[in-house]
Design a protein around this ligand. Structure first.
Ligand code: UDP
Ligand code: MG
Length: 316
């Protein structure tokens, strides 16, 4: 069994030395047949130098440098495509997910599971806002999504070759990897763990990125927002009927045309509804456009590996 570890890194120069040290401990029993793929996602700090330095102390480290910043999910995809293992372990560079959980995940996989994901029973050292928004996000996503996506999980997981191949066979650009594994099916199980605070550096997910990520996930796994327009139209028809009754009534009673307030109210309500539905349409159309262009997801500008690819090694 050959193990690949895949880690996306963007501006993680301070995390990498500690990460590699702890990871090589954690993969102890499998170390001789393992690769640790660090994907530099267009960092602007010395992440690539840190990866090269890590290669000097740990020959299992493979560096992959993308030609620019493509975002967490695409950096992860690049690493997954490069991975040659029979089992693939994914985690973040900041050690929020304990690599030691690999032992338990391996145990579950030996019992026949194809995907073993980490489920956060608790998050430490994150802002109340992040905790609450993440909690609501995973619940809302499940209400909207057509496939059940395990709640409170990230991309921290161990997967086997066949489930990875299933995900890599999905050609979409908008990649919500945890959802894609859920959609792929196979036998899945979660292991609970406590998510620790980030060890070094700061989060690469500011509010803007979180919102984009959430909308990507929603549009990739649900078309329910599109149907919202139809539902809203019923609501607005009902409102219009009520306002109509009121208008006729006030015409008869007051015989004038008072009530500009109700006019303003009606106009602003209906234009709000229209803008909302237009916006939702726009989100989907924009994504259709991006998918239709069918551009490559990323380019690798540099690759650093000592160890020969698995296929070669198996032949030797
Ligand atoms: N990351 C990346 N590209 C990006 C943003 C993030 O490769 O554009 C990596 C980052 O280096 C880290 C992982 O994705 O290894 C998760 O990011 P982070 O820990 O900042 O997210 P959080 O845990 O705060 O949600
Ligand atoms: Mg993190």
């Amino acid at each position: 069994m050959y193990l690949s570890v895949v880690i996306p890194c963007m501006n993680e120069e301070s995390s990498i030395p500690g990460l590699v040290a702890r990871l090589t401990q954690a993969i102890g029993p499998w170390r001789d047949r393992a690769e640790i793929i660090l994907v530099d996602d267009g960092s602007t700090d010395a992440t690539w130098q840190a990866i090269e330095a890590a290669r000097a102390v740990c020959p299992q480290v493979v560096g992959l440098k993308l030609s620019g910043n493509r975002g967490h999910q695409i950096a992860l995809t690049a690493g997954l495509e490069a991975a040659q293992g029979d089992r693939i372990f994914m985690l973040d560079a900041d050690l929020q997910d304990p690599p030691e959980l690999l032992t338990d995940m391996m145990f579950m996989m030996d019992r026949g599971f194809d995907v073993v994901y980490g489920r956060r029973s608790e998050r430490r050292g994150e802002t109340l806002f992040k905790k609450v928004s993440a909690h609501l996000f995973y619940r809302f996503l499940n209400v909207m999504s057509d496939v059940p996506i395990p709640q409170d999980t990230g991309d921290f997981r161990l997967v086997n070759r066949r489930s990875l191949d299933a995900v890599l066979a999905m050609p979409e650009r908008a990649r919500f990897i945890r959802g894609m594994f859920a959609w792929a099916g196979f036998k899945q199980v979660g292991i609970e763990y406590i998510r620790s605070p980030r060890e070094m550096g700061e989060t690469k997910y500011p509010l803007r990125a979180m919102v984009r990520f959430a909308i990507d996930a929603m549009t990739a796994f649900s078309t329910k927002p599109l149907r919202l327009a139809t539902r809203l139209s019923f609501v607005s028809l009902l409102m219009a009927a009520l306002i109509g009754v009121y208008v006729v009534y006030s015409l008869i009673i007051y015989q004038t045309a008072p009530g500009w307030a109700s006019v303003v109210l009606a106009i602003s309500f209906f234009s709000g509804v229209q803008l909302l539905t237009l916006g939702i349409l726009g989100e989907y159309i924009g994504r259709l456009y991006v998918e239709a262009k069918n551009r490559p997801l990323y380019f690798v500008s540099e690759e650093a590996r000592d160890i020969a690819p698995v296929a070669q090694r198996l032949r030797a």
